[in-house]
Design a protein around this ligand. Structure first.
Ligand code: SAT
Ligand code: MN
Length: 583
């Protein structure tokens, strides 16, 4: 024994030789270690303690103003064959990338402490969980990783047992956008990230490991690593269905995962349980169903827009022991963001006196908090075997064309529906906001290999013995002629989930169309929802000419991935195009 830890020790020593830290600290994940880290960060201003009466054990972190979101143009997948990364990724050869990163990392930790963070993605005893080690010079990253992952001694013990772990090396460097790269080496199970302290770039267990590297591992090992929330819907009979849903960043995954049923449903005994709000790892179980775990232990949620109305569970969750990043501040030291309430903040996210000229919180301001603090946290979220998934949902922000909900006719069609996902961009990544782009399965920024191979991998789950979930598509963001959202969203989304579960159970009606099975307004339980005539019409409408154009543009999109696109997917696209023309 010990040889695996020897490999880890050797790597840590190699990194130390390259980066030249003053000190090395192995993180054990203890409370006292966390307290010590926080003391240091309070002393140097990295963390500002918030009002301890309203927000005990909570802090504000103000990032560098140029370091507030993921940087997709600086994020690379470095496979030996460029084709394996695919047109969906920026690519660099592993040798070029290593040379570039070695030069950046050389001596970068001088005067700093190097932290070694063993972590486990998923319940520590779960066969679906996977381990990693992140080396970083940022105590802010350590504190966040402690909340977001199972970090410390137990993870180290599992690594010693298993041997295999993902190696992540991170330095904030100079926080210079011109010296910033997020590199992935899937063939080496390695991540190297330099020059950013922002969540998706720096908390390497999250998007870098649990999606980009894990998607590659999942393909080799026969499972799925997805950008999906997981929730349980419990009906008055006490039966719970679990649903996994993929939406692009900042499109309401956290809100849906923590949904509070409308009053009538609550009184009747409906409950929604949160299993995860961002990432889902799924694999087929012995009964052929897909079983899912949430590899994370916390939420890194978008603060702006979170309110008593939009997400009371999130608000309750972040009342204590929370790290806020880039929110505004009230006079008495409480965190504040647009959409929270009508108080006026005293300081903006940069720490300047608030002058009402723009938003006080950065639009991508975040909270980091342990999932266990969430009132709707599912007892099943810690289950080593995961939860069985009854339905998979795809969705995006689409102001027009796409109806509130429809159901794919089978798995292959569902994979095409996922591949066709489009959404307007958000502040979660740098770049223009509100531009429509294709974001297959909400994985455009996160799939660690060629999308064509990824689609083939999805299709491969449809085999004898499989008992796969039904696949649906939703659009909460359809707008009316007045430019306002037609669907009230939030808790009312449960009505759509109820229809899906009834479809799974064979109880609900829908009309077959070329794009899938579409409910009429009367097929959903809409009692008490104030919907305009326009909403009742448009949300359940199938716009044939609009869909013809959409499906034609899908053909062009698939063609971008060339010969590797599975024939079954092209045939499915062709079938729909044909049906749209014919009827
Ligand atoms: O990538 S993050 O984890 O920072 C959040 C997101 O964009 O989904
Ligand atoms: Mn996300």
């Amino acid at each position: 024994m010990g040889s695996q830890l020897d490999a880890l020790n050797q790597w840590v020593m190699d990194v130390a030789r390259l980066t030249q830290p003053d000190r090395i600290h192995w993180c054990d994940g203890s409370d006292s270690e966390f307290a010590e880290l926080v003391r240091g960060m309070e002393a140097d201003g990295t963390l500002l303690p918030l009002n301890s009466e309203t927000h005990p054990e909570s802090w504000l972190h103000r990032s560098h103003p140029d370091d507030v979101a993921r940087v997709e143009h600086l994020t690379f997948v470095c496979t030996s064959d460029r084709e394996d990364a695919g047109p969906n990724n920026h690519w660099m050869s592993p040798s070029d990338a290593h040379a570039k990163m070695d030069a950046l990392f050389a001596g970068c930790m001088r005067g700093r402490t190097m932290y070694v963070i063993p972590y486990c993605m998923g319940p520590i005893d779960s066969p679906l969980a996977r381990c990693g080690v992140e080396i970083t010079d940022s105590p802010y990253v350590v504190a966040n990783m402690r909340i977001m992952t199972r970090m410390g001694a137990a993870a180290l013990a599992r690594i010693e047992r298993e041997g295999r772990f993902v190696k992540g090396l991170h330095s904030i460097g100079e926080l210079d956008p011109n010296r910033r790269f997020i590199m992935h080496f899937p063939e080496e199970l390695t991540i190297q990230s330099y020059g950013s302290g922002y969540g998706g770039n720096a908390l390497l267990g999250k998007k870098c490991h649990a999606l980009r590297i894990a998607s590659h591992q999942a393909r080799n090992e026969g499972w799925l690593a997805e950008h999906m929330l997981i929730l349980g819907v419990e009906n008055p009979k006490g039966e719970t269905h679990y649903i996994a849903a993929a939406f692009p960043s900042a499109c309401g995954k956290t809100n849906l995962a923590m949904l509070i049923p409308p009053e009538g449903y609550r009184n009747a005994g409906w409950k929604v349980w949160t299993v995860g709000d961002d990432i889902c790892w799924m694999r087929p179980g012995p009964d052929g169903r897909l079983y899912a775990i949430n590899p994370e232990a916390g939420f890194f949620g978008v603060a702006p827009g979170t309110s008593e109305k939009s997400n009371p569970n999130a608000l309750a969750t972040i009342q204590r022991k929370t790290i806020f990043t880039n929110v505004g501040l009230t006079e008495d030291g409480q965190p504040w963001w647009e959409g929270l309430d009508d108080r006026k903040p005293a300081f903006d996210w940069r720490g300047n006196a608030y002058d009402f000229s723009g938003p006080a919180a950065h639009p991508n301001a975040r909270f980091t908090v342990s999932a266990r603090q969430c009132p709707s946290w599912s007892p099943k979220a810690e289950d080593a075997q995961g939860v069985p998934i009854s339905a998979i949902v795809f969705g995006g922000r689409r102001a027009s064309l796409v109806p509130l909900v429809f159901e794919a006719r089978d798995w292959t069609h569902g994979v095409l529906v996922g591949a066709a996902m489009g959404s307007e961009t958000t502040a979660a990544a740098t770049g223009a906001v509100g531009v429509m782009r294709r974001d297959p399965m909400a994985m455009k920024p996160f799939c660690g290999y060629n999308f064509a191979d990824y689609f083939a991998h999805w299709l491969s789950f449809d085999k004898p013995g499989a008992n796969l979930p039904k696949i649906f598509h939703v659009n909460w963001f359809r707008k009316g002629t007045d430019g306002k959202f037609l669907w009230p969203g939030f808790g009312e989304n449960l009505r759509v989930l109820e229809w899906m579960i009834d479809r799974v159970e064979g109880r609900a009606s829908a009309t077959d169309t070329p794009i899938g099975a579409l409910p009429k307004a009367d097929d959903l339980r809409l009692d008490g929802v104030a919907l305009s005539d326009e909403a009742r019409r448009v949300l359940f409408d199938f716009d044939r000419p609009g869909w013809q154009a959409e499906i034609d543009s899908l053909e062009d999109f698939l063609a971008e991935f060339g010969e590797r696109v599975p024939d079954a997917l092209k045939r499915e696209q062709g079938r729909i195009a044909e049906e749209l023309r014919a009827s």
